[in-house]
Design a protein. Structure first.
Ligand SMILES: NC(=O)C1=CN([C@@H]2O[C@H](COP(=O)(O)OP(=O)(O)OC[C@H]3O[C@@H](n4cnc5c(N)ncnc54)[C@H](OP(=O)(O)O)[C@@H]3O)[C@@H](O)[C@H]2O)C=CC1
Ligand SMILES: O=C(CO)COP(=O)(O)O
Length: 335
C-alpha cells in the first residue's frame, strides 16, 4: 500500500510512530512547532531531545513546514499532548483537503470540558472526514528501537481504523482495530491517573500486594466509567485498558508512575514536572476523569484519592489511609 502520512507533534510518541510508519514503507513527514528542533532532527536523523538513539528510516523526514506536510499527506496522525489537541486541529483546519482523515494518539481529556479526544475532533471538524484514535501499551522508546509492540486503533468508521492499522502493522508491531472509541479513550486517559497512584504506593514502599490491588481495583473503576459512558467491558480487558494500565503502573519508563514516585517523596507537582521534562497527562486528566465520574454517577475512589494528592488536599500517606479505611464490601468489578 503506498501512503504518505504527516505526523503532527514531534515529541517522543509522535517521533516513534513516525519511525514505525516509515519502517513500514509510508512516506512520513514529522512536524513539530519548533523549527530549530526539526532542523536539528533532520540533520542528525534522530530526535535527540525526546527519543535519543532511535535512528530515522530513509522514508522519514522532519519538517517545520506544516502546510507542505499536510499537502503531501494522505492521512494525518496527531501526537500532541491532549491539552494542545483543539488548538492543533484548528490550526490544521484550513489546510486539510476533502477526504483526508486523521488518527489521534493523545491519551487524555480536554482540560476544563472533560471532552474525549474524538469529541474534540467532532467539535472542530464535524463528521466531514474519517477519524479515530490510537492507544495501547506503547512506551515510545521501545517502539522507536523496534521492540515488539501492540496497539488498538478505534474509529466509528471501522474500515478507516483497519486501513490505518495496516499502515503501521508489521516488523514486530501489531495494530488491532476496534469500533469502541469511548472504551479505548477512557482506558488511555484514566490509566495515567492510576499510574500516579501506583507510583505513590510504590514510592511509600507499600509492597507488591498493594500494587496488584491498586491495578485491579483501578481497572474496576475505569471499567465502570467506560461502561457508563457507552464503552464495552471487553475493550477495557484489552490493550487500551488492562494492557496499558499494567504497563504504565509497573515500569519506570512511565512519566505518570514517576510523578507518583516523586509525590511520595513529598515533592510538589511542579517540582516533579520540572524533573520529568515531558508531558505527564495524568495531572490534567485527574480532575476531568473525576468530573466524568460525577456526571455518570460512578464511584472512583482511587482516582479521587490521587486527585486529592495532586491538588494538595491530601498528603501521599493520607491518600493511602483514606483508601485503606474504606468499609468492607462485596467485590464488584463492573455493575
Ligand atoms: N511517550 C510515550 O511513550 C507515549 C505517549 N503517548 C501520548 O502521546 C501524546 C504526546 O505525548 P509525548 O509525545 O509522550 O510527549 P512529549 O513530552 O514527549 O513531547 C511533547 C511534544 O508536544 C509538543 N507540545 C507541547 N505542548 C504543546 C502545545 N501546547 N502545542 C503544540 N505542541 C506542544 C512538544 O513540543 P516542544 O518540544 O516544542 O515543547 C513536544 O514535541 C500524549 O497524549 C501521551 O499521553 C501515548 C503512548 C505512549
Ligand atoms: O502511555 C504510555 C505508554 O502506553 C506512556 O505512559 P506515560 O505517559 O506515563 O509515560
Amino acid at each position: 500500500m503506498t501512503n504518505a502520512t504527516a505526523v503532527i507533534g514531534a515529541g517522543s510518541f509522535g517521533t516513534s510512530l513516525a519511525i514505525q510508519l516509515a519502517r513500514r514503507g509510508s512516506t512520513t513527514l514529522l512536524w513539530g512547532r519548533n523549527a530549530d528542533k526539526l532542523a536539528a532532527m533532520q540533520e542528525a536523523r534522530e530526535n535527540a531531545q525526546y527519543l535519543p538513539g532511535c535512528h530515522f528510516p530513509v522514508k522519514l523526514a522532519a519538517t517545520a513546514d506544516l502546510p507542505g506536510a499536510v499537502d503531501a499527506a494522505d492521512d494525518l496522525l496527531i501526537a500532541t499532548p491532549s491539552h494542545a489537541l483543539r488548538a492543533t486541529l484548528e490550526q490544521l483546519k484550513p489546510m486539510l483537503r476533502e477526504g483526508q482523515g486523521l488518527i489521534a494518539a493523545c491519551k487524555g481529556l480536554e482540560p476544563n470540558t472533560g471532552k474525549l479526544v474524538h469529541e474534540v475532533i467532532e467539535d472542530v471538524y464535524g463528521s466531514s472526514r474519517p477519524f479515530g484514535v490510537l492507544s495501547g501499551p506503547t512506551f515510545a522508546k521501545e517502539l522507536g528501537i523496534g521492540l515488539p509492540t501492540a496497539v488498538t486503533i478505534a474509529s466509528a468508521d471501522e474500515a478507516y481504523a483497519e486501513n490505518f492499522a495496516r499502515l503501521l502493522h508489521g516488523d514486530g508491531f501489531r495494530a488491532y482495530w476496534s469500533e469502541d472509541l469511548v472504551g479505548v479513550e477512557i482506558g488511555g486517559a484514566a490509566k495515567n491517573v492510576m499510574a500516579i497512584g501506583v507510583g505513590i504506593a510504590d514510592g511509600l514502599s507499600l509492597g507488591a500486594n498493594t500494587r496488584a490491588a491498586l491495578i485491579t481495583r483501578g481497572l474496576a473503576e475505569i471499567m465502570r466509567l467506560a461502561i457508563a459512558m457507552g464503552g464495552k467491558a471487553e475493550t477495557l480487558m484489552g490493550l487500551a485498558g488492562m494492557g496499558d494500565l499494567v504497563l504504565t503502573c509497573t515500569d519506570n519508563q512511565s512519566r505518570n508512575r514517576r510523578m507518583g514516585l516523586l509525590l511520595a517523596q513529598n515533592r510538589s507537582v511542579d517540582e516533579a514536572i520540572a524533573e520529568i521534562q515531558q508531558v505527564v497527562e495524568g495531572v490534567k486528566a485527574a480532575p476531568e476523569v473525576l468530573r466524568l465520574a460525577q456526571r455518570y454517577e460512578v464511584d472512583m475512589p482511587i482516582t479521587a484519592a490521587v486527585h486529592g494528592v495532586l491538588i494538595g488536599r491530601l498528603s501521599a500517606v493520607e491518600a493511602v489511609n483514606l483508601l485503606a479505611t474504606r468499609p468492607a464490601r462485596a467485590e464488584v468489578v463492573a455493575d
